[in-house]
Design a protein around this ligand. Sequence first.
Ligand SMILES: [Fe+2]
Length: 255
Amino acid sequence: MITHYANVQLHTVSLEGVRQFYGELLQLPVVYRSDSEIRFLVADRSILSFVETFEPISPAHLAFAIPYSRFERVVEWAESRQLTFLKWEDGRAIDDYETGKNIYFRDGDGHLLEIITDREGDAGSASPFSADFPVLFIREVGFPVESVPEFRQKLVHLLGFELRGEPTDTFTFAVGGTAYAVVVSKKRRWIPIGMIALPPRVGVTLGFNRAADWSEITSRLYASGVPYEENGEGGGSFTLEGYRFHLVYEAEKQG
Ligand SMILES: [Fe+2]
């Protein structure tokens, strides 16, 4: 089954701006840098990478999950570092709802970022390595699409994702392990600032934990007429509605 977002790749018009924002302000460790790409270790087994582009950026939406007990401290820490949070129309920044809390901000390219926590969220097995910004995993990636029912059905049928909450024609959470795909209509705007949901150029790498998963997925891709490529390491890649998916086999860690 799909377990997590192993890598999320976004585009930027300034690698140095990305380094300053994610590396200096949010203090995520840089694990790779070239003339065209920079990668940060966000959490155990989770990389966030940025590739330089000469095209306009369509902002993506991502959410970082943190432990519930740390939420207020993280918000204070980020504010002390001059991070500006976005507000709802009534002026509040933190949304405190039934199952958790969240808060939104943007990076220099306009990517819409979210820090989210679940009331039950401290029970996760991931151990954050930053005391100040203790990210457990990349929880959400937004996928603006033409047809929400069609795209979510592909995620369910091809990848074994489950639908969460109340799926509607304009918004659905499709979930595999800790990876939430936020499937939204291009016509539905992103909260809390009414941001138009242009489809971003985002590439996601999903981890799976049973060696047989990829062959099962490829037979469903084949039957559905979706072309795919093998990566030679028991996984591979394919494209759905312009979104590039890479699947990598990551056996569960022992001990
Ligand atoms: Fe979100």
